[in-house]
Design a protein around this ligand. Sequence first.
Ligand code: FAD
Length: 288
Amino acid sequence: MEERYDIAIVGSGPAGLSAALNAKIRNKKFIVFGHKNLTNKLVKAPKVNNYLGFFGMTGENLKDKFEAHLNAMDIEVTTERINSIYAMGDYFALMANDKTYEAKSIILATGVEYTRPIKGEEQYLGKGVGYCATCDAPLYKGKTVTIIGHNKEAEEEASFVSELAELVYYIPMYKGPYNLNGSIEVIEDKPEEIVGDLKAKKLILKNRELETDGIFVLKDSISPGQLVPGLKIEDNHIGVDRLMRTNIPGCFAAGDCVGKPYQYIKSAGEGNIAALSAAQYLDQIKSN
Ligand code: FAD
């Protein structure tokens, strides 16, 4: 286990990165979890004209600028996905695939997932439906597993599961080519509904149905309510005050995950506030 951090930042979009550089300026011991591309929402933007000081950039250009800024300040992104976070009283435990991290405070900057849950996904979550295939793979030894992959990273998880499961179906939500273990059956079709009784048993696709023992939906981000049990959600976003404080002491949030408008500069501004609020919180708990 790593040493306990002052701040763990979950998300490497403009909100998380802005929080990170302010945490660095405040001399805090912090870690940023995120994506190797920083955020896919940056890479995909054809033209960005509303980020102060950077007219006419492509998202890719802006990503390069962000990377240069991180390098100049010696900030690294840990490309690890956080699957759940537990408030333990005076610290938070953050669970990654095979590691646990600890931090005195956290900043959630996870963005929003534009994809709606499939019918039945929320109903069967934890009952045959999961969001971390590598975590739960041992439960499916010798069984049939279906993986709905929203990004290339899901392929690695699918290949890992295929080493334990009897049969793995992979339903990509993006265009190929796919880099998967040969035993995996790729099905290019649209998932419509998860059905079952006490547990999920079947995935209904537009053109066929799959009997399955488990279904993993692997997206860029997990809904914040699932990520942090007990977190107050308001209108599908994390509830925060003007200091980016959530209902859980020591837990702050910033960016798209706290609400609209979904914009880079608003996310970066909120990341700044969240880091300053976290620094103030750390000072407070130190003096108590
Ligand atoms: P995100 O950018 O979504 O970043 C969140 C990051 O956290 C992601 O990398 C994700 O992988 C990571 N993450 C999530 N959960 C976890 C976890 N559990 N563990 C580890 N990492 C995790 N806005 C503008 O202002 N101007 C524009 O021109 C513009 N153009 C756009 C074009 C497109 C095509 C799209 C999709 C969006 C555009 N936007 C634009 C909106 C903008 O992309 C978002 O508002 C902005 O990226 C939000 O930043 P964020 O930091 O809140 O979240």
